[in-house]
Design a protein around this ligand. Sequence first.
Ligand SMILES: [Zn+2]
Ligand SMILES: [Zn+2]
Length: 242
Amino acid sequence: MTNLNGGYINPQDRPSGFDDGDDGFGSKKQKTLEDWKREQQERRHLYENAPPPEHISQAPKCIECQVNIEMDPVMDDIFKLKVCKSCVKQHPEKYSLLTKTECKEDYFLTDPELNDPELFHKMEKPNPHSGTFARMQLFVRCEVERFAFKKWGSEEGLDKEWHRREEGKSQRREKKYQQEMLKMRMKTRAQEFTTRLKERKHGKAHVHNFSAPIDGGTNDDGYQVLRRRCIDCGLETEEVSI
Ligand SMILES: [Zn+2]
Ligand SMILES: [Zn+2]
């Protein structure tokens, strides 16, 4: 432990003006006596507010390992959790950070709940996926989970809600499928109806009813041509008889 030299000033950072030697105060860093006094008061204030070093054994320890006293700064400052860095890494089921979307999708929480500062601590970060100034909000899993279990009654309650929603989804899919089928059937029926209407007007899909071949003379190549004519629609065909 550093000798605090009477409690307040570490010999290594004594004001330059008070160094042993012949510099005389004020010569090195232009410190005046007033500066030095003020500095000394600030130091005293600092030391008095720091936890007494002899009680370092009583400093708060990591709630997981009960050993480390240096906390993960994000957990400590933002989420008010006294957890050390290595424990954060070892327990992602408690300390991993979740996006707002993940909180909604995995725990069925709502925007008003997630926006309530009374319910959740959150870390805000510039959103890497957004060109706008929207900030990404991150939540810590244990806090989100605790609230979700309360909201849905228990962990089982949350599971039940998940199943209920999945069922709802598959019912909606089934319903959509049925609707598509119905639409298709109606479309087919409409087409059939149109076809039948046409048939009633013009008769069934037309099959030509050709007459016996008529002599059509000879063509430019000197072959004999036979003509046939549909008795119903008047369509004519030519055949070359070789
Ligand atoms: Zn720990
Ligand atoms: Zn015809």
